[in-house]
Design a protein around this ligand. Structure first.
Ligand SMILES: C[S@@+](CC[C@H](N)C(=O)[O-])C[C@H]1O[C@@H](n2cnc3c(N)ncnc32)[C@H](O)[C@@H]1O
Length: 341
């Protein structure tokens, strides 16, 4: 998706919300967009109401307000699904998993009850108003904001909506929180939202995953040989991991190769003196530390970036990290590194 995001005035936001409210109230749509297993994840009435919201959004012309409303629908769809909010990927919330004296029994039962009683349209508009109030606060500083130009559905490779089509030296700053290694469930985690926003059909989720950096699914013939390594600093680690688990070594190797491609593209599109802000965290692979931050920093400096700042932060929640067979432990630190071209 390529977008040009311009600030929206609070008045414009208010008028747009009022218009959307009328469209939803008048909508007679009963068919929801192609959400995977929609009847498993939602109550009937929620489906009916969200279908009307989704149908009304699809009629809006492409604008910053439409994208704001899409973000609100995505959050509402997650909030009102029967999926456990403590788990990033959809897993049905089941209070009976816990004994009746367990605090999560009561908590899960209360969540399910509030979902059953929720007015989905009202929840959607409440979320949208919260987002609009945040976006509206940017209006007084709009002259200092510049433009947020392009958002890439896929930062890799060729084809539609990739960074490769962005002209060289055309960007002032890039802020990115790239995928983690060992946190590869991004597509499954977004599958309900992708459906409600009609961004994908259930049978396209797998192909979307195949374009996702840090993915885990590879055919066994892909990792028979020793992994390729774009970074000398990671070579001995990948060889060691290959002896323990060739698939995991291949996943890490692809991750570094693809992140190298993305960062090289970031370098290309930035103007001289432009900044790249990179958020990254480390984790473990087969009981070995995979120092993502150090590897990505090395890739950046080798490509010609100068590191100007690094700050470290404790991550409060790392919902997507997998504790795979107790070998992929979580290190709850993240770094924000700033580089200049
Ligand atoms: C650490 S998360 C950052 C999420 C982000 N901060 C946000 O709030 O949406 C990494 C994100 O990169 C996305 N991603 C994975 N592969 C990608 C690719 N090839 N092109 C663009 N984004 C990708 C994942 O789907 C995930 O949303």
């Amino acid at each position: 998706m390529q977008v040009k995001t311009t600030p929206i005035s609070p008045d414009h936001l208010k008028r747009s919300i009022d218009r959307l409210r009328k469209m939803v109230a008048q909508s007679r749509t009963t068919t929801p967009p192609p959400v995977v297993n929609v009847h498993y994840w939602y109550h009937k009435d929620t489906i009916k109401q969200l279908a009307r919201v989704a149908a009304s959004l699809s009629k809006l012309s492409n604008s910053a307000f439409k994208r704001l409303a899409q973000a609100a629908l995505s959050a509402t769809a997650r909030k009102l699904s029967l999926a456990d909010p403590r788990v990033a990927v959809p897993v049905r919330l089941k209070p009976e998993r816990y004994s009746q004296s367990h605090p999560l029994f009561k908590k899960s039962a209360a969540i399910l009850q509030s979902i059953a009683e929720a007015d989905a349209t009202a929840v959607f508009f409440k979320v949208l108003e919260q987002y609009a109030s945040l976006v509206g606060q940017l209006w007084p500083v709009r002259d200092r904001m510049g433009e947020l130009e392009h958002v890439y559905a896929n930062s890799l490779g060729s084809g539609r909506s990739t960074m490769t089509s962005q002209p060289e030296g055309s960007v002032d700053a890039i802020v990115t929180s790239p995928p983690y290694l060992g946190a590869q469930k991004y597509i499954r985690a977004s599958s309900l939202s992708l459906g409600w926003l009609s961004m994908t059909e259930p049978n396209q989720l797998r192909s979307l995953e195949d374009q996702s950096i840090g993915r885990e699914h590879f055919p066994s013939k892909a990792y028979n040989n020793e992994p390729r390594c774009p970074l000398p600093e990671a070579e001995s680690l990948l060889k060691l991991v290959h002896l323990k688990n060739p698939l995991r070594a291949h996943i890490a190797s692809r991750y570094l190769i693809e992140m190298h491609e993305v960062i090289a593209n970031c370098y290309r599109v930035l103007r001289r003196g432009g900044n790249l802000v990179l958020v990254s965290g480390c984790n473990m692979i087969c009981c070995e530390v995979f120092d993502t931050t150090a590897f990505l920093q090395k890739i950046c400096t080798r490509l010609g970036f100068h590191q100007t700042l690094e700050v470290t932060d404790v991550i409060k929640s790392r919902g997507l990290m997998t504790r795979r067979n107790k070998t992929a432990a979580v290190i709850p630190l993240e770094s924000v590194t700033v580089f200049q071209k």
